[in-house]
Design a protein around this ligand. Sequence first.
Ligand code: AMP
Length: 539
Amino acid sequence: MLQPGLMMDRPLMISGILEHSAAQFGDVEIVSRETHGPLFRYTYADCAGRARQLANALAALGLKQGSAVGSIAWNNHRHLEAYYAVSGSGMVMHTCNPRLHPQQLIYIINHAADEVMLFDSTFAPLIKGIAAHCPQVKHWLCLSDAVNLPAIDGVKTIAYEDLIAPHSSQFEWPEFDERTGAALCYTSGTTGNPKGALYSHRAIVLNALTGCLPGVLDISPQQTILPVVPMFHINAWCIPYAAPIGGAKLVLPGPRLDGASLYELIEAEKVTLSAGVPTIWQALMGHIEQNGLKFSTMKYTAVGGSAMPAALIAKFSDVYGVQVRHGWGMTETTAVATMTSMTSAELALPAADQHALVAKQGKTVFGIQIKVVDEHGQTLPRDGTSQGELMVRGQWIIQSYFKGEKSPLIDGWFPTGDIATIDAKGLMQIRDRTKDVIKTGGEWISSIDLENAAVGHPSVAMAAVIGIKHPKWDERPLLFIVRKPGQALEKEEILTFLATRVAKWWVPDDVVFLESLPVGGTGKVQKNDLRKDYGGVFS
Ligand code: AMP
């Protein structure tokens, strides 16, 4: 007969993270770039005090356990306080992506039944457009002081500082089942309505603990971490939870995410570790190259959300001495599910071989399992070449969508919609999204591989590939290129370049040069927009 363990059954609580950091790392700094005014600086102990004030204020507004509180906000200290006050009180923190279409925003706010909306003054025009359509929101709280509180026609707004000022910084965090919902994030929903992933306290704490591991994000009191990934996108990969667990200094970039602003912040605050999507790093690299700059403290950058091209990995590492940690995850996986993790033997390989390894999406972090299956659901061999749909399961993987009727799981596994390979050592490579892969003459072309190859050309700033209907081949690739400033790259040159790097039948049928690519709220290229504008038929 199984023996019950005789250890305490203490729940994993998000409030416990902040109290831990306040007690152990009370004087470690949090630096926040504000929408108005200079950098704001305080400590984990200060943050905990103000989170408790907000918890008292929310209770005074009449919110109860299970109530949902929305946010439309940048990465800043008030948003961080809300992460803890809301979830810590047993309420649900619903982070909304401000770049969703307003109709989708209205949909998710109503679907989540948000009773309070925390918003950044930047988004006042957005709030003006949606407020009348969100009848369940009783309070519109601007993450500002009274001086910077915007007046919005027809909407009664309250300044966050005014709301919390009268309240005590003492609050007894409730304890409850660790499987209780803590935070809610909707998928971007390119087709149909967005779907909500409701993360539990347990899922978030376990994910954040894993994120601290040296082979994952390596979060410790020696690190200063800058999450550029937005707090409205999958909990900023759980860094707002992992940093206080590990005692790292936290730097929040606010609204200024351009290369120059990020560089300034990285250098001024001595950032050692940053995290974001490749488009952010492309912009940062552009700024550094144009101005002949160097990083003086940054050691690692964690990248995910879309594939990081090997050429960019090489530049970060070989030219600027910054190691890239490339990971994979999705809204449905709470945060990181796989991450590059090199063995000592791999670290001894020639640089180009190392970069090729890092360009893959890595190995599962502890707690996660993956497999790839064919169209009949049969598990494919881990041989690095058999590609099929990536399936995932683990302690922080979605079981069902918020208010969803039917579980998306198949035999206990979540079908990701990504096409991947896994090799004998467990290294996973995303080949494409099922909807982006280009089917040509019965074979598949990986749009990601083509884009990565194109970005390897020195004149290319960004590249995207979509499949275009073709009368003979079913689909053929169309390449979009954004040139680096001052470069005169032409179609023939890039196609010749690609012909030396990919199979002949992969070479795109045409090239369109654009000033910029359409990038969505989470920094990913919006291929649907490209399809809408260019998705005709090749003759
Ligand atoms: P989202 O839920 O909006 O974050 O999107 C998740 C999707 O982003 C995944 O299913 C992948 O298609 C893509 N993705 C995330 N990380 C990577 C990566 N490192 N390389 C390629 N695609 C990625």
